[in-house]
Write a protein that binds this ligand. Structure first.
Ligand code: R5P
Length: 285
């Protein structure tokens, strides 16, 4: 991973959330808990004080929005924060999901001691230009303080329907081509980290993006399947995950995040990680 080009501040902040393995490769397991900014009180995040506080110490970084961070998470925990700063949408208006603005300022992120900010970019949506501009504006402001910018490849309602495995699916949709296209645009407009989705032919996505890539988890699926796509993503060159529902909606969230970490940081296979998950659940590791 190319830490050197970024300057000391950003490099140091990256080093707080990306951990080296024994081969000197840097990976991260981020816990995504920003969903309520447009989902409202979704399963697993209805009261994060009860569900998320206990698992935050296992994460290499967390990505909440401001409300969850300030009111629900423990300020004495030193897990680095990447603060969600765009919004303005709600699931009640699914056709307007891409209409995001900058909601929380970079100054607020500094006040909250975040190491970076996250911003959604909706490529091939009605608000493509607006959301790229959000990213560019935040990148310019964040750079003054050496804060990291995590650019999220956001899929609005229309695109979600076309991605294989989501909604009705669309066999003609080339997900790798789309995510490579979107991710590179996000890099070019100021992101230090690109968040995207795992898909077939993920190597094509990796090849065209030079900044670190983290993978979102998507809708809750069986634990074994979530561990499999985590393994496949890391094998194809992803630098980690920013995973939410497949951790905090798992039967055993603390055990699930440890199983994900065993793949991302220790190179365990999905089957080995599943054994770790089951043993931790039974209290017999
Ligand atoms: C989505 O809007 C948020 O950026 C989530 O943080 C992201 O989707 C990752 O969460 P999950 O793994 O639940 O998809």
């Amino acid at each position: 991973m190319n830490f050197g080009a970024l300057g000391w501040g950003k490099t140091n902040r990256l080093a707080q959330m990306f951990k080296p393995n024994q081969d000197g490769e840097y990976h991260t397991v981020m816990l995504a808990v920003d969903h309520p900014y447009f989902y409202g009180p979704t399963e697993g995040l209805i009261d994060p004080r009860k569900t998320i506080r206990p698992i935050v110490p296992y994460a290499d970084a967390i990505s909440p929005a401001k409300g969850t961070l300030e009111y629900c998470l423990d300020p004495f925990v030193t897990t680095p924060v990447i603060l969600r700063v765009t919004g303005g949408n709600s699931l009640t208006r699914r056709d307007e999901l891409s209409n995001e603005h900058i909601i929380t300022s970079v100054d607020e992120a500094v006040r909250l001691n975040a190491i970076g900010v996250s911003v959604s970019v909706y490529i091939d949506s009605d608000h493509q230009t607006q959301t790229i501009k959000n990213l560019g504006t935040l990148a310019n402001q964040a750079s003054k303080y050496g804060l990291l910018v995590l650019g999220i490849t956001a899929v609005g309602a229309t695109l979600e329907q076309r991605i294989k495995g989501e909604g009705a699916g669309d066999d003609t949709f080339d997900a790798a081509r789309y995510f490579a296209h979107a991710g590179r645009i996000i890099q070019e407009n100021g992101a230090d980290i690109v968040k995207t989705y795992y898909c077939d032919n993920f190597e094509q996505v990796r090849e065209g993006i030079q900044v670190p890539i983290v993978i979102a988890g998507g809708k809750k699926i069986p634990e074994q399947e979530a561990l499999e796509f985590t393994y496949n993503a890391i094998s194809a060159g992803a630098n980690g995950v920013d995973m939410g529902r497949n951790i905090f909606q798992a039967e055993a969230p603390a055990e699930m995040i440890q199983a994900v970490k065993s793949i991302v940081h220790e190179g365990k296979t999905p089957d080995e990680a599943m054994v770790i998950y089951d043993e931790l659940k039974q209290g017999t590791p």
